[in-house]
Ligand binder design. Structure first.
Ligand SMILES: Cc1ncc(COP(=O)(O)O)c(C=O)c1O
Length: 388
């Protein structure tokens, strides 16, 4: 019997699937996957329902995406980052940020080239780089503050480096990169003529005193950066799988050439709804941030209830809890213990590191707090068991 390709042989099952299965088996409160357990804003849902019923959105959307949505993305980049994006030639609507990153890699990186990936990373980056026949080169952020070391980053760049993939605000650490950190990355990209694939899906989830800086807005970076966003993360609709990539038309041409033969076009009715969502303006983003600031405070109580320690996240809806004071074992063992004996599911963050750097995260677990207040309160009650 024929078997699968060598290309996918190393991938295995994602950790999210494994944890979800175990969480279901033990009926655990699930703070694992970054999947909200409450609905997104009703008016955006209504816009999707209207599009479905209108009779104008049930056939293929234009390949690069609905113009109204591409205009929404371009306008947003102008308002928030002062970037001048051409909606026609500088934006592609994708099937979520996952496919946005994948199409970017396929459209911008050649086989044999090196792609620097800052760890911990979103789990689709490495398979994407490998499927492109390129070589991932890892640069870790270090605990407890989850910062990278300048010498390690500098050493990763060489004449074979084609691209760097970064993610700020960062899943799973909750870090928001500072201007100085981004400037260092930018200086190295410019010095080595490297492309930056910037995953900014949590751009609006930033907390007190933090500023999200789009690396494309730094001098000399626009022409070498593609920026990836997600309606799943920005508008709370992860099930719609609508994302986007924007940037200089020269780079977006590469993304488009790959994209057209990966999906051609993405879901039409939900594109209409996301185009509507982009018209909501600043008050929407402020309410969204207020909602998640409250949930961030609740998740800190969950962590405290169990006797773990954590640095408050600067952004995203994830936080890393350090369990080294209360459990003698690694992150995978502690996650299993927590599901089976406490009834709370989290993610072992070593899954977001290359084998050589996994040890950096093995005292931590990742909590997702995109959950109802009730779910978070229930998790806090259960976590108390850890102290008994
Ligand atoms: C950093 C990061 N990038 C991309 C994604 C995927 O986004 P989408 O659902 O739009 O594909 C996620 C989802 O958790 C993420 O955390």
């Amino acid at each position: 019997m024929p078997s699968y390709a060598q290309r996918v042989a190393p991938f295995g099952t994602t950790i999210f699937t494994e944890i979800n299965t175990l969480a279901q088996q033990y009926n655990a409160v699930n703070l694992g996957q970054g999947r909200p357990d409450f609905d997104g804003p009703q008016d955006i849902v209504d816009a999707g329902a209207e599009a479905l019923k209108s009779g104008t959105a049930n056939q293929y959307a234009p390949g690069p995406g609905l113009l109204s949505l591409r205009e929404g993305v371009a306008n947003h980049a102008g308002v928030f980052y002062n970037l001048d994006i051409d909606a026609n030639s500088g934006v592609i609507v994708t099937a979520g940020a996952t496919q946005g990153v994948f199409s970017s890699i396929m459209g911008l990186v050649d086989p044999g080239e090196e792609v620097i990936i800052i760890e911990p990373y979103f789990d689709s980056y490495v398979p994407g780089v490998m499927m492109a026949g390129a070589k991932p080169v890892f640069v870790p952020m270090h605990p407890p503050n989850w910062t990278f070391i300048e010498e390690e980053l500098r050493a990763a760049f060489n004449e074979n480096t084609r691209a760097i993939i970064l993610n700020t605000p960062n899943n799973p650490t909750g870090r928001v990169y500072t201007r100085e950190e981004l400037q260092l990355i930018a200086d190295l990209c410019i010095e080595h003529d490297v492309i930056c694939i910037s995953d900014e899906v949590y751009e609006h989830l930033i907390y007190e005193g933090q500023e999200h800086i789009a690396i494309a807005s730094l001098d000399g970076m626009f022409e070498r950066t593609v920026t990836v966003g997600s309606a799943g993360k920005t508008f709370g609709m992860t099930g719609w799988k609508i994302g986007w990539v924007y940037g200089h038309p020269e780079l977006i041409t590469g993304v488009w050439r790959a994209h057209q033969f990966i999906v051609f076009a993405t879901n039409h009715p939900t594109q209409s709804a996301v185009a509507y969502a982009f018209t909501l303006g600043n008050s929407y983003y402020e309410e969204y941030r207020a909602l998640y600031t409250r949930k961030r405070n609740l998740v800190m109580q969950v962590i405290d209830a169990g006797g773990l320690s954590a640095i408050q996240p600067q952004g995203t809806y994830f936080v890393m809890g350090d369990f080294s004071q209360i459990f003698d074992g690694n992150d995978v063992e502690f996650c299993k213990h927590l599901i089976e004996h406490v009834g709370v599911a989290t993610i072992p963050p070593s899954a977001f590191f290359s084998p050589e750097h996994k040890h950096l995260a093995e005292n931590h677990i990742r909590f997702a707090f995109c959950k109802s207040d009730e779910t978070l309160e229930k998790a806090a009650e259960k976590m108390v068991k850890l102290r008994q």
